[in-house]
Design a protein around this ligand. Structure first.
Ligand SMILES: NC(=O)C1=CN([C@@H]2O[C@H](COP(=O)(O)OP(=O)(O)OC[C@H]3O[C@@H](n4cnc5c(N)ncnc54)[C@H](OP(=O)(O)O)[C@@H]3O)[C@@H](O)[C@H]2O)C=CC1
Ligand SMILES: CC(=O)[C@@H](O)[C@H](O)COP(=O)(O)O
Ligand SMILES: [Mn+2]
Length: 380
């Protein structure tokens, strides 16, 4: 049967790879909605190729521009409302959430309200309001399948085993672009250096998060919500090769790990075809050629974002929302050249210190905490 798919963030790293996966199985998938941001040239190409009925862009002007270039007339919407509409208003069965940042939250909630399954790449959504998203999905009987490589790995390792059998899970971390630098050597590193991830080709924001280790912090919180595990049963281990994508230790001391070449098309495809496994153009992993794999303890002093993430996760309520939003604002400032690399974590730490968490927050309290944290992290 054909699966109808809407993609939020179709012009980004995950979005384009999702369309690549879909293009290999035209009989299995139909694209019903595409939402991009500012890159209308690429979006126009995608629209011409996949012919969705609904398209969203960042602004009204871009919507006009897009309309003028298309050979047919899909419905074109724009802005934050357009994103929500593209998540909920098409006849998609599943929505791939691949926009960056907590702007993905309201579209994800709208998609669930409209009865759509979620293939979740946008981890900021779960960090910001995991309780709202997970409870809505549960209430509606909808699945949230992980696209993030570590969470896909855990999902595959669990293979339906109940939570009670899990002793702990371990998320692997590449160590990011500065993994061979000491803390002192981080003083004065450039945006260009930070954007060179050793193993993965990804969008700018997540690449910086990987370098600060905020990405792994967000992933710890994402795992907490997806697998309903307390923080003391979620570990992180540095694994520079990114070949073991994560692993689960079960009650009987067996460890099951998921391995493969670092290529996001594998977890993206699995989230779209689950429970089926279909061929991908990704090659086979040759362990003999690789020879060795390496592992290092996570040092929370070297990577302070790791410590702040565990602290925020354990506090709960709006603390993770603040961790995430302060980080988003600080990373944007770093990318604009306004602050140094080490100031990212200083701004996140300060926002967390100044925040009095609200527990069991509704959507309004989440949005308020998010806006407050962005304001905090925008001041030096
Ligand atoms: N890249 C990866 O390998 C992985 C990514 N993820 C997660 O997936 C998400 C996406 O990451 P990634 O693909 O790397 O990010 P990119 O920066 O490559 O892509 C982001 C997407 O969001 C769109 N977007 C940005 N702002 C807006 C806006 N205001 N309105 C509508 N759309 C907007 C962009 O549109 P445009 O470019 O047209 O402006 C683009 O399509 C993140 O949450 C990330 O953490 C998780 C695991 C791996
Ligand atoms: C590909 C993916 O899932 C990223 O989230 C990846 O985890 C980033 O690599 P790090 O391990 O460096 O954070
Ligand atoms: Mn990941």
């Amino acid at each position: 049967m054909t699966k109808r798919i809407a993609i939020l963030g179709s012009t980004g790293s995950i979005g384009t790879q999702t369309l690549d996966v879909i293009s290999h199985y035209p009989e299995r998938f139909q694209v019903t909605a595409l939402a991009g941001g500012y890159n209308v040239e690429l979006l126009a190409e995608q629209v011409r190729q996949f012919r969705p009925k609904l398209v969203s862009v960042a602004t009204r002007e871009l919507a006009e521009q897009l309309k003028a270039t298309l050979p047919y007339s899909p419905r074109i919407v724009y802005g934050a409302e357009g994103l929500v509409e593209s998540a909920a208003a098409s006849d998609a069965d599943s929505v791939v959430t691949a926009v960056v940042g907590s702007q993905g939250l309201q579209p994800t909630l709208a998609a669930l309200e409209a009865g759509k399954h979620i293939a979740l790449a946008n981890k900021e959504t779960l960090v910001s309001a995991g309780h709202l998203v997970m409870s809505l999905a549960k209430e509606r009987g909808l699945s949230i399948l992980p696209v993030d490589s570590e969470h896909s790995a855990i999902f595959q390792c669990l293979n339906g085993e109940p939570r009670e059998r899990i002793r702990r899970i371990t998320l692997t971390a590449s160590g990011g672009s500065f993994r061979d630098k000491t803390r002192a050597e981080l003083d004065g590193v450039t945006v260009e250096q930070a954007l060179k991830h050793p193993n993965w080709s990804m969008g700018a924001k997540i690449t910086i998060d990987s370098a600060t280790m905020a990405n792994k912090g967000l992933e710890v919180m994402e795992a907490h919500w997806l697998y309903e595990l307390p923080y003391d049963r979620i570990d992180v281990l540095i694994h520079p090769e990114s070949i073991i994508h994560s692993f689960v230790e079960f009650e009987d001391s067996s460890i099951i790990a998921q391995m493969g070449l670092p290529d996001m098309r594998v977890p993206i495809q699995y989230a779209l075809t689950y429970p089926d496994r279909l061929p991908t153009p990704v090659g086979s992993l040759n362990l003999a050629e690789l020879g060795k794999l390496h592992f290092r303890e996570m040092d929370q002093e070297r990577y302070r974002m790791m410590r702040y993430a565990y602290e925020a996760g354990r506090i709960g309520g709006t603390a993770p929302t603040v961790f995430n939003a302060a980080n988003e604002a600080a990373v944007a400032r770093f990318l604009r050249g306004e602050i140094s690399f080490l100031q990212i974590e200083e701004l996140v730490e300060r926002a967390l210190e100044r925040h009095a968490a609200i527990f069991n927050p509704g959507l309004e309290a989440i949005l308020e905490a998010d806006a407050w944290a962005r304001g905090e992290a925008s001041q030096s």
